[in-house]
Design a protein. Structure first.
Length: 361
């Protein structure tokens, strides 16, 4: 990224050489992101400012291109950028939204989805992997079902990209979202996959950037960073699950063993290799997170996008109605974590949780 933050800071949409040579940088990054996604063509990749923008753009594009249809299907456990936009559309644009439930393991029912489809359905927007539990949805089956009914399908793959293989050459997904900071790129850069035959109407109007699909001067440095991160993620992908999964299981198993009554949120096997969400009965998650943070341990009670909200996790609440949504913590691991760090987390939990239970009693 450094050259494009200093000397090579020209506008890639300009006609003079100082800027126009940066078009090659943008297109190289587009090729790199397309390779990570297994897209048929780099022309199917559109750069955005975030995963949130990608999600909003996909939903907008589907509705605008299916102007006679006002029904959207999503799930109760989607990211807030999908749920909030759907609620906005319900309130201000007379859309009807079906929020599919999940079971106690966070799994989605395919028959439930099929039963919810109607002739008025414009779009199905269902994520690939949940951002709090890591639980996977059956994307291939969802995409095939939607294609068979002539319904557009958008997949939020922000959590999945770079952690499990994605091959969009073989999955009939119309739109797919990802973001940079989940794979080591800078914050404030994202991408949206738009299948070659999928209809598209821009969310942002302005110049002719991104083949007139997203107005605004390109953030060349961040785009270059996303491309480089995509290359590194693809290189590590064959070993990612075998490296990170055992670390996650070690942390989870040790925690469940030393903290009486604790339990896993979500399915044990059908999930990403890096994520675990654990319920600590009787312990307020915010108090636990504060004490963990004082010990240098970063965790969360849900999505970082909702960190300032007083509401409990909507994901855990959908899986387990009751107090679990107030008493759960998510731990996310990476390939560079160590066994010593996991020991530190378990040791801290074994000291903090009993003290909080004693204090709250």
């Amino acid at each position: 990224m450094l050259p494009y933050l200093g000397g090579d800071w020209g506008n890639p949409s300009s006609s003079y050489r100082f800027g126009s040579k940066l078009k090659k940088v943008v297109e190289e990054a587009r090729d790199q992101v397309a390779e990570l996604l297994g897209a048929a063509s780099s022309r199917e990749v559109l750069f955005t400012g975030s995963g949130t923008e990608s999600n909003n753009t996909a939903i907008h594009a589907a509705l605008m291109s299916r102007s006679g249809k006002r029904h959207i299907i999503t799930s109760q456990v989607e990211h807030s950028s999908v749920l909030s936009y759907c609620r906005y559309l319900e309130k201000h644009h007379a859309c009807r939204v079906t929020y599919l439930p999940v079971d106690s393991y966070g799994l989605l029912s395919l028959p439930g989805l099929e039963n919810a489809l109607t002739d008025d359905t414009a779009l199905v927007s269902l994520m690939w992997a949940n951002n709090e539990t890591g639980v996977l949805f059956p994307v291939e089956e969802i995409a095939a079902l939607c294609r068979s009914r002539g319904i557009l399908y958008h997949c939020d793959a922000v959590q999945a990209a770079g952690k499990i293989p994605l091959n969009l050459r073989h999955i009939p997904c119309d739109y797919l979202s990802l973001t940079g900071h989940k794979i080591g790129a800078p914050k404030g850069i994202g991408a949206l996959y738009v299948k070659r035959d999928a209809p598209f109407v821009p969310l942002l109007h302005g110049g002719h950037q991104e083949r007139s699909r997203r107005g605004g001067t390109e953030n060349v440095a961040a785009i270059a960073g996303l491309g480089a991160a995509a290359v590194l993620a693809l290189e590590k992908l064959p070993e990612y699950g075998g490296t990170v999964g055992p670390l996650r299981d070690t942390l989870e198993d040790a925690t469940l063993k030393v903290i009486p009554g604790s339990s896993r949120n979500g399915h044990r096997d059908l999930r990403l290799p890096n994520t675990t969400s654990i319920h600590f009965p009787g312990v307020e998650s915010e108090a636990l997170l504060l004490l963990l943070d004082q010990g240098g341990i970063c965790a969360s009670s849900g999505s970082a996008c909702l960190a300032d909200s007083p509401d409990p996790s909507h994901v855990i609440a959908a899986m387990n109605p009751g107090e679990a949504a107030h008493q759960s913590v998510r731990f996310s691991l990476g390939w560079n974590h160590t066994a010593d760090e996991l020991d530190q987390v378990v040791s801290s939990l074994s000291a903090i949780v009993p003290s909080l239970l004693s204090f709250q009693a």
